[in-house]
Design a protein around this ligand. Structure first.
Ligand code: KIV
Ligand code: ZN
Length: 520
């Protein structure tokens, strides 16, 4: 990497999966990893291999599949973590082990119960062990921004001596402010004796809403790797939103004079995919990827914008893959039309997949005059979330009655994994409650609905409604389900079944804890 480039390190599948309420199946992680590869990030942190069988399998599969990015696994500074990470990365073209240990006095005393000398010894041992497996080793002193600077410098020098090629400075609790953080990076660059040839990275959390600003301040002071997540996912308030970091560097090239390898037109599709698979709908005014990011509302703005776009637009929406509501297909469109449009959107499906998408498309086109690119993406994502080979239960017919004088009641036909039809019915406090209660009668485990939200994929009375549901099992673990339909009660039934199917799938995969956290 030359000095004029910034390495983009994506940790959506690791720190992002630590977002409360998140949890992905191995298949879903692979889908996102492939999209991150198309986006052109440099490093994909695919997981924390030792944390669960599901994470180990996800790292292995991504390592085997992704060819154009480095693939990293996180590891604590303990032997079994390093060995598992190395094992999961065996098939990677370009593997990286990322090992970390707490370095602040607060963490060393209360979390690690170790003194500074022990921490250095553990870190050095871990880096040396990782180095036996791979050339590319990243070391992170966790809670670096609350760490004594002299100790931090010694720890960094020792781990570089042991073989670390990237040193990452995490603002783990999002405590730093931008000028101060930039100055710390400069201090590290100027005082760590063996820093030459080493990449300095930053990993900023967003507790004060400063993660992107802090990351950009760091590159102004010499950092050349930024870690973050798509849509700013991550622990608590999340990490630096990568789409904002990337477009900050791109739009203000005049200021930063730095480049990335990213294909910015893939930002929109990546963001929508991550939002949909994680089940975290995007806030409308979110920078770069929100619904309103390129909408001009006030008359004065609209007037000026129509005269000259540059009056109120600092980047063209197309540069970030904004597809808006472009009309693509309708009721009379055929399979060939759908296939060709999907190809334009970058999807290449085999005949089987195309057939099942075509049925969904036709159903939608019957109830909605205009099927947009966003509608198609929603159908595709729903399709990819519900692999028919891994369905414990699928929805057959559904009839729901409700109204201000009638007791809400749902009558549902479900099909189990052996193709057997099961009829179930229930009343409830509302139509969605009746649907969930009817489905609950068929399953033998606890699935308590904790969150329910509806969003429309596009505008208009006939818009596709996208329902996101979160359920909790008896251990308090959360599973997300998403379903879309032009009828929101049907979408709710699909979402609830999706949450249940994913719960069964993740249990089978051994993804012991959705959001397998670094701190566990
Ligand atoms: O926030 C943090 O400190 C981390 C480390 C594991 C890099 O996520
Ligand atoms: Zn983090």
């Amino acid at each position: 990497m030359d000095k004029d480039s910034v390495i983009i390190f994506d940790t959506t599948l690791r720190d992002g999966e630590q977002s409360a309420g998140a949890g992905l199946t191995v298949d879903e992680k692979l889908i996102i990893a492939k999209q991150l590869e198309s986006l052109g990030v440099d490093v994909i942190e695919a997981g924390f291999a030792v944390s669960s069988t599901g994470d180990f399998n996800a790292v292995s599969l991504i390592a085997e599949t992704v060819k154009n990015c480095k693939v990293a696994s996180l590891a604590r500074v303990v032997e079994k973590d390093i060995d598992k990470a190395a094992q999961a990365l065996e098939k990677a073209v370009d593997p990286r082990i990322h090992t970390f240990v707490s370095s602040s006095a607060i963490h060393m005393e209360h979390q690690m119960r170790k003194d500074p000398e022990e921490i250095i010894e553990m870190a050095v041992k871990a880096v040396s062990r990782a180095k036996k497996y791979v050339d590319d080793v990243e070391f992170s002193p966790m809670d670096a921004t609350r760490t004594d600077m002299d100790f931090l410098i010694t720890l960094l020098e020792e781990t570089i001596n042991a073989g670390a090629t990237t040193i990452n400075i995490p603002d783990t609790v999002g405590y730093s402010v931008s000028k101060e953080f930039g100055e710390s990076i400069k201090l590290i660059m100027n005082n760590v004796k063996n820093i030459d040839g080493i990449i300095v990275s930053v990993h900023c959390h967003n507790d004060l809403g400063l993660a992107v600003s802090n990351s950009l301040s760091a590159v102004e002071n010499g950092a050349r790797q930024i870690e973050g997540c798509i849509n700013g996912l991550g622990e608590r308030a999340g990490n630096a939103a990568l789409e904002e970091v990337i477009m900050g560097l791109e739009v203000r090239k005049d200021h930063f004079n730095l480049k990335t390898r990213v294909n910015t037109s893939e930002i929109g599709p990546t963001s929508r995919m991550v939002s949909n698979i994680f089940g975290f709908p995007m806030q409308a005014n979110k920078a770069i990827v929100g619904q309103n990011a390129f909408r001009h509302s006030s008359g004065i703005h609209q007037d000026a914008f129509l005269k000259d776009k540059s009056t109120f637009e600092i980047m063209e929406p197309e540069t970030v893959g904004w597809r808006g509501e472009a009309l693509v297909l309708g009721k009379l469109s055929g399979r060939a039309g759908l296939k060709s449009r999907l190809k334009d959107l970058g999807y290449d499906f085999d005949e089987d997949q195309l057939n099942s998408l075509f049925i969904k498309f036709k159903d939608l086109a019957d109830s909605k005059k205009e099927v947009t690119d966003m509608d198609l993406e929603s159908i595709i994502l729903e399709h990819s979330r519900s692999d028919k080979n891994k369905q414990f239960l699928t929805l057959g017919n559904i009839e729901v009655q409700c109204g201000n004088k009638k007791e809400p009641r749902a009558l549902i036909e479900l099909i189990d994994e052996n193709g057997k039809n099961i009829k179930t019915e229930s009343s409830g406090t509302g139509p969605v409650d009746a649907v969930c209660k009817a489905i609950d009668k068929v399953i033998s485990f606890v699935s308590k609905l904790t969150e329910f939200s509806v969003n429309s994929v596009t505008e208009g009375i006939d818009a596709l409604g996208e329902v996101t549901i979160r359920v909790e099992n008896e251990k308090g673990r959360t599973f997300t389900g998403i379903g879309s339909d032009s009828d929101i009660v049907v979408a709710s039934a699909k979402a609830y079944l999706n949450a249940i199917n994913r719960q069964v799938q993740m249990m089978n995969e051994g993804s012991e804890s959705p959001g397998s956290g670094a701190g566990r």
